[in-house]
Write a protein that binds this ligand. Sequence first.
Ligand code: ZN
Length: 255
Amino acid sequence: MIIDEFIEKPKILSLFANQRIHWSNFLTLLHLLMIKHGERKFHLASTNKRELKNLCNLADELELKWKITTGTSLFEYQKQAIPLPQNIANAIGTTHNGNAEEGLLITKDENALDSLEGSVLSDSNVGKILDYPDCCVKWYVNNKSSDWEELYAFVMEHYCEGVNTPVENIIQVMGECDANSPETRNRIKKIHVNHIAESRNTMPFIFFQPCDVCIGPSSPARKLNEKYANFAKENYPQLYKIIIDEGKKDAKYYE
Ligand SMILES: [Zn+2]
């Protein structure tokens, strides 16, 4: 019943959802159902007001346990094409590391609810918690590191007066800068087309962005997608179909 009603009238459950495309809402429902069946352990979501109440209500309806867990953030930087100067990397780390980071944790087992309390909610750890392949997590961290490097280069070129600018001023300008370099825009466009749109069409049952290897055949991401797809097909055929259809709509948004 819950599933039929949700398909009829989907609610916002995901940070990635918009009012017209419900792919991420249907996929969240599927991932919660997998938790209920013991096929996945955790769902970890943002505590954004827009979806928080809907998620908690749905977890209650499915008789799952939930809590708002508090961990800490970590600046995970891996040197890419033009490495950040060490003092800049350190300064960014200082502004990020150890800050409180909240997440809505949903699980089947009451005892597992406290298991993440106080842990480091870095991209790598969140990837592990959510069963994402290591290669895709690493690729994501590398992309985010490139974001930082390109932002630093852009800020130095356009807003700062040379190498004598105090580090705290550079960090402040980086924090306020809402423009992207053409290099960043190109890279992100490629990720949207080659990874996000591509995977919505070919791997609509996973949330994460597949890495360069995983976009190819018989990869870890493909295997996970197949596992989740089979679960949906066997247990919730209507949900299976609508995730594929909505995935195609979502792909168009990124193409
Ligand atoms: Zn991968």
